[in-house]
Design a protein around this ligand. Structure first.
Ligand SMILES: Nc1ncnc2c1ncn2[C@@H]1O[C@H](COP(=O)(O)OP(=O)(O)O)[C@@H](O)[C@H]1O
Ligand SMILES: [Mg+2]
Length: 298
């Protein structure tokens, strides 16, 4: 998929992307800014037609049977709703296309905690409430499949947490298939059954969280916090079971098969720096580690 720039060149935003989303799952498209997430989710949700390639939804060709598909899907993409409509009017407006009844609209207003703002115009809402309204809009037609483009970007941590909880709750209660994009690793980790990592328009890894963590081989990481140290070097190679060591932000991070098993060896290894050790913790490896590793290889 490419875009024409203002200079008349073509800029490729997506290349060789192929993926399958299973019914009932929460599928995450994860990647940094400009990775191509919005382009991809726009193509998947029938809003954008790619230069080449195909999309099949519910067994139908997304670019031929678009109307039929659109009745059964919906999307939320940022805070670009009509600025002069109130919460109620906005949902009514988007519901009209599907013949949605008033009680469904009231139900959504309540469910997304917008009752207090029912008659407030979109432009007067806080960012958090704008986002909630944008999400409520995505569920107006009782869709079987919903696309959410960065549902928590720009929100206070508190509101972001609430929105994530809400997404999980809707998914749990109504079994809707959800495809979302995010650049927050922790968000993908919390919400997604399967994840595809996008970078520079390409898929660089894909799978369940466990699959992805296997890329770095390690199950745990042992973090040794140090004080007043610029560089560190070891005079012998790490023993088996310690896959790699990194030094960042005054922390030594050991990626290991099992934190419990390797802690003794690690303590021995860092003995020369013992006076600088402020603390040692063991954590499970996370998606951030996977991403850093993938970025290194790219
Ligand atoms: N309408 C457009 N015209 C030109 N270039 C675009 C357009 N939309 C996106 N791009 C470019 O395509 C790339 C992918 O963008 P996007 O899909 O928005 O990424 P993301 O959502 O991951 O931040 C970026 O380099 C972006 O600048
Ligand atoms: Mg985007």
């Amino acid at each position: 998929m490419s875009y024409k720039t203002l200079f008349g060149e073509r800029k490729v935003a997506l290349r060789d992307v192929s993926l399958e989303i299973e019914e009932g799952e929460i599928f995450g498209i994860l990647g940094p800014n400009a990775a191509g997430k919005t382009t991809l989710i726009s193509i998947l949700s029938t809003l954008l037609i790619p230069d080449s390639g195909s999309v099949s939804i519910f067994g139908m060709d997304a670019f031929k049977e678009t109307k039929k598909i659109r009745e059964r899907i919906n999307m939320s993409s940022g805070l670009n709703l009509p600025w002069s409509l109130s919460v109620y009017e906005c949902l009514k407006f988007f519901g009209m296309a599907y013949g949605v009844k008033d009680n469904r609209i009231e139900e959504l207003i309540e469910s997304f905690e917008l009752s207090e703002f029912r008659d407030v115009e979109f432009e007067e809402l806080s960012t958090g409430n704008k986002q909630k309204l944008s999400l409520a809009k995505a569920f107006v037609n009782d869709p079987e499949l919903v696309f959410l483009d960065e549902p928590t970007t720009g929100l206070d941590p508190d509101v972001a947490r609430k929105v994530r909880k809400k997404i999980l709750k809707i998914h749990e209660e109504e079994g809707i298939t959800i495809v979302l994009t995010t650049h927050y690793m922790a968000e993908a980790e919390l919400l997604c059954d399967r994840i595809t990592f996008l970078n520079h328009g390409r898929i660089i890894a894909e799978g369940t969280q466990d699959d992805l963590k296997k890329i770095i081989g390690a199950k745990d990481r042992v973090i040794v916090e140090l004080s007043y140290i610029d560089t560190i070097s070891f005079d012998k190679l790490p023993p088996e079971g310690i896959y790699s060591v990194e030094f960042r932000d005054e922390k030594l991070i050991f990626f290991v098969d099992s934190g419990e098993k390797r802690i003794k060896e690690i303590v021995k290894l860092i003995e020369p720096y013992w006076n600088n050790v402020k603390g040692i913790t063991v954590e499970e490896a996370n998606l951030e580690d996977v991403f850093l590793e993938l970025a290194k290889r790219a």
